[in-house]
Ligand binder design. Structure first.
Ligand code: SF4
Length: 427
């Protein structure tokens, strides 16, 4: 059995989204009244497209093109602000993801942060997360991040082996990652997280451990460990390079054991948090979040929306140009309206696969039904040793390592069909 079927980081997947008609942001804006919401800004620019990347990212764009994108984000922000004004939303977290946000010039970064402050309100305790890559992590840019009060910086390192980095098609070398991580540490952000990948062809468990030993020496607050996936349309697929599924599970076992022994608590199959720095999870699965820019998703009640899913640089560029030409950003033209069944599935997926797990009493309060009645599969998984707990259902260590096998089984037939149709249409 292959434990690596699909990463369920959000449900339903964007490939199940379809064109929407007659939906206005104005109708959903009241859901953002008051505090506790998330804001996401997508900066899609990267120096080069990594071989495994299926994120919304474009390359080869200069200062002028980036300015044009920021102009569009500003128009969108202004329109959202006007609609949201009566509801006085206060955002408790802002995430600037990508892409590589630090690819922006210093002046553009300053503009981006001042735009966020001009059009949106944040709570005093707000978290601010920014993603970066080693080549773009410079002193000048980190100074900007520190000045605006960034609370968490996330850097994709993936490996400290040049051979593995070049298979992955990453734009940086190991030495650059060491320097960038050292620099990042010297700025004392409250939280630094770094990403690593396993299952790379030719990678050994020992090689992975060597990378992680180096990472642990820098004492990042969080380490994410991702199995390599080669999705349709990514560069590695074109080159005929597939993940090393044979050895990935053994690598995961050794690496997760090493990280737990090194003082990290395992929250999920991917996330390891330094003990003492654990974050509380919000009411995930039901919270509202608004996305700015192209490629990021908004979650407003039962409405999920985003620009159409794109993988290759060319497709992403086309979508980006369309986004920049948009006149009315309050017209929602692509997304999905979730019915009650899908909302339940989303809730279960978002809680079950991550510590502390799914609170069955809370589920019953929210949905007026018992989770084990709605999802008989959970009882079966408990019998098979993947889940444990009577009030809170959580993954056992075995369940944790099979997360990417279990999670996809919770996809509804309707969503699965939509995803398959998308795949066929893009074959
Ligand atoms: S993986 Fe990250 S850095 Fe690489 S191309 Fe994709 S978004 Fe850019």
């Amino acid at each position: 059995m292959n434990p690596y079927i699909q990463y369920m980081y959000s449900y339903p997947h964007k490939t199940a989204y379809r064109p929407l008609e007659g939906i206005s942001f104005k109708k959903y804006a009241p859901l953002l009244a008051g505090s506790g919401h998330g804001l996401y800004l997508h900066i899609p620019f990267c120096q080069a497209k990594c071989g495994y990347c299926n994120l919304f990212s474009v390359t080869g764009q200069g200062e002028k093109e980036i300015d044009q994108y920021l102009d569009a984000v500003e128009r969108q922000s202004l329109q959202y602000k006007e609609v949201l004004a009566p509801y006085r939303p206060v955002f408790s977290e802002v995430v600037i993801g990508g892409g590589t946000p630090l690819l922006l010039a210093k002046k553009q970064m300053e503009r981006m942060f001042s735009m966020l402050g001009k059009y949106f309100s944040f709570s005093q305790e707000r978290g601010m997360v920014v993603e970066t890559a080693p080549n773009q992590t410079t002193e000048e840019k980190l100074e900007v991040l520190r000045r605006v009060g960034v609370t968490r910086v996330s850097m994709g390192i993936q490996s400290f082996s040049d051979r593995e980095l070049s298979i992955l098609g990453r734009g940086h070398r190991a030495q650059k990652a060491r320097e960038a991580l050292g620099l990042l540490k010297s700025f004392c952000f409250p939280c630094i997280n770094v990403d690593f990948i396993y299952g790379i062809p030719g990678q050994t468990a020992e090689g992975l451990l060597t990378s992680l030993e180096e990472a642990v020496d820098f004492e990042p607050e969080e380490i994410f460990l991702y199995p390599l996936y080669v999705r349709h349309g990514v560069g590695l697929e074109t080159k005929g390079i597939a993940p090393d599924g044979e050895n990935a599970l053994e690598q995961y076992r050794k690496a997760s054991h090493f990280l737990r022994e090194s003082g990290y608590m395992q929250d999920s199959m991917r996330r390891f948090v330094k003990r003492g720095g654990e974050r509380e999870f919000s009411e995930c699965g039901l919270g509202n979040s608004l996305a700015l820019g192209c490629g990021g998703r908004s979650y407003l009640g039962n409405l999920h929306f985003c620009t159409p899913y794109a993988v290759t640089g060319k497709e992403c560029l086309e979508q980006m140009k369309r986004f920049e030409e948009t006149g009315d950003f309050t017209r929602i033209t692509h997304g999905l309206l979730l019915d009650e069944e899908e909302i339940k599935r989303r809730y279960v997926i978002r809680h079950l696969l991550i510590r502390p797990g799914l609170d069955m009493g809370r589920y019953e309060e929210c949905f007026k039904s018992r989770v084990v009645d709605d999802f008989p599969l959970l009882t079966q998984w408990a019998e098979q040793g993947f889940l444990h707990g009577d009030k809170i259902l959580g993954l056992t260590p075995e369940g944790m390592e099979w997360s990417d096998y279990l999670g996809p089984q919770l996809i509804s037939p309707k969503i699965r069909k939509a995803m398959e149709e998308w795949e066929e249409g893009h074959g």
